[in-house]
Design a protein around this ligand. Structure first.
Ligand code: NDP
Length: 434
């Protein structure tokens, strides 16, 4: 706190992880002896740079770009890029810090990183998006590479932006290094099922949580926040498993459709970029639209899947969900629940799947994309999906095992943090003080 007084989100993420490491530090004093906590909390490198670009009126615009290369103990840096006006060094550092443990949990050899810009893609033309993405990569490209640091998408960065950045990187390097970015178009090295991976993986993970308690998605009422990449595929898979998703949102408001959200409409609204979720009710007049996205948590549901952004569930929303009988919460977004909200869920025996375990499917498939790029092969959708399912099940099993071994059975927050931490901390010790 003293070293990073203004970095509220970063401090929140560190507190959540450090609090849950108490049992593992008590059991293994080597982590204290090697001063792992003080080392792991400082990024190996934090890069901040200017991004100048020309808008459609010919005016020069300036944004800030960032990349935090947090920890490379178990592999090359890996983590997404976020383009959103709320991006600050604190946001990038919280995301990068979480990414270390998430990547470790996947069982793949990838270190932790994150990056992005305070650029706002909303209302920008395709040409503006392209010029911004190129300018961003003109600087970032100096610090990344298939064996160094492999960025991917996040909020505001999808296949289109990755494509423009890949084109720019290729031009800079004069070489076709397919493995430098993941989330690419399938025609130039992208993996099938990467688009679906985070949302599908979230539902696979929550399904494991439910099965462990003799429950399932079948006939359950589900609320999913957001209507972006993660939300869309979480809704799709939840419907496939027999649940009814009755609500989703964007940053302006939410829709409530008791008959079940019509995903084709949501997908189309997302594709047509400028349209808002409020327009859903024009095609489905029986549904309701309400302004204010946090009110979505007042809708009674069995399963809540926050998939929009950080701190979208505060203590009051968590209490409402509990009062309405929620059985399980799975975090699709990064850090969507505040520390107080998490306590509320755990104190009330709600099954709780923390982000770094529950949303690790995206980065797991990104790592499969790297593997396909290095070996110059493409796996089928079914192969990738099966590996994703296996990965989510193994993250669940490892997390539940660590929770049990450390005296907090069923606590996936502590279990996942310990499982992710041990592998990275052991690698740091083995590699000496560097
Ligand atoms: P998208 O940009 O595709 O969608 C984001 C959605 O969340 C949109 O509906 C957006 O609404 C809404 N949203 C964004 N900011 C806010 C806000 N401040 N308040 C309310 N709603 C908001 O992003 P993704 O689906 O890719 O990412 C969503 C979350 O999942 C993020 O936390 C991300 O870090 C996390 N995540 C994503 C992964 C991936 O593979 N994409 C992997 C792991 C985690 P609007 O359109 O109005 O802005």
């Amino acid at each position: 706190k003293e070293r990073n007084p203004h970095e509220v989100e970063f401090i929140q993420a560190v507190k959540e992880i450090f609090d849950s490491l108490v049992p593992v530090l008590a059991k293994h004093p080597k982590y204290i002896e090697h001063n792992i906590l003080e080392r792991i909390v400082d990024p190996e490198r934090f890069i901040s740079f200017r991004v100048s670009w020309v808008d459609d009126q010919g005016k020069v615009q300036v944004n800030r770009g960032y990349r935090v290369q947090f920890n490379s103990a178990i592999g090359p840096y890996k983590g997404g890029l976020r383009f959103h006006p709320s991006v600050t060094p604190s946001i990038i550092k919280f995301l990068g810090f979480e990414q270390i443990f998430k990547n470790s949990l996947t069982g793949q050899s990838i270190g932790g990183a994150k990056g992005g810009s305070d650029f706002d893609p909303k209302g920008k033309s395709d040409g503006e998006i392209m010029r911004f993405s190129q300018s961003f990569m003109a600087e970032l490209g100096k610090y990344i590479g298939p064996d160094v640091d492999v960025p991917a998408g996040d909020i505001g960065v999808g296949a289109r932006e990755i494509g423009y950045m890949f084109g720019q990187y290729k031009k800079m390097k004069g070489a076709y290094e397919a493995g430098v970015l993941t989330g690419k178009g399938v025609s130039f090295g992208g993996s099938l099922a990467r688009t679906e991976a985070t949302g599908y993986g979230l539902v696979y993970f929550v399904d494991e949580m439910l099965k462990h308690k003799g429950l399932s998605f079948k006939d359950q009422t589900v609320v999913v926040s957001g209507s972006g990449n993660v939300s869309i595929y979480a809704i799709e898979k939840a419907h496939e498993l027999g649940a009814t998703v009755v609500a989703c949102s964007d940053s302006n408001g939410y829709i409530y459709d008791k008959e079940g959200i019509d995903l084709d409409t949501v997908k189309r609204l997302k594709e047509e970029n400028s349209l808002r979720i409020s327009e859903y009710v024009e095609e489905h007049p029986h549904a309701e639209y309400k302004e204010g996205c946090s009110e979505i948590w007042s809708i009674p549901c069995d399963i809540a899947l926050p998939c929009a952004t950080q701190n979208e569930i505060g203590e009051p929303s968590a209490k409402l969900l509990v009062a309405n009988g929620v059985k399980a919460v799975g975090e699709g977004a990064n850090m969507p629940s505040t520390l107080e909200a998490i306590d509320t869920f755990l104190e009330n025996d709600v099954l709780f799947g923390p982000a770094k375990a529950a949303n690790a499917g995206g980065v797991a498939v990104s790592s499969f994309e790297m593997a396909q790029n290095s070996s110059r092969v493409s796996w089928t959708f079914e192969e990738v999906d099966a590996k994703l399912k296996e990965t989510m099940a193994s993250i669940f099993t490892n997390s539940i095992k660590e929770a049990e071994e450390h005296g907090v059975p069923g606590n996936l927050v502590i279990g996942a943090n310990i499982a992710g931490f041990k592998k990275v901390a052991d690698a740091m010790i083995d590699q000496g003080v560097i």
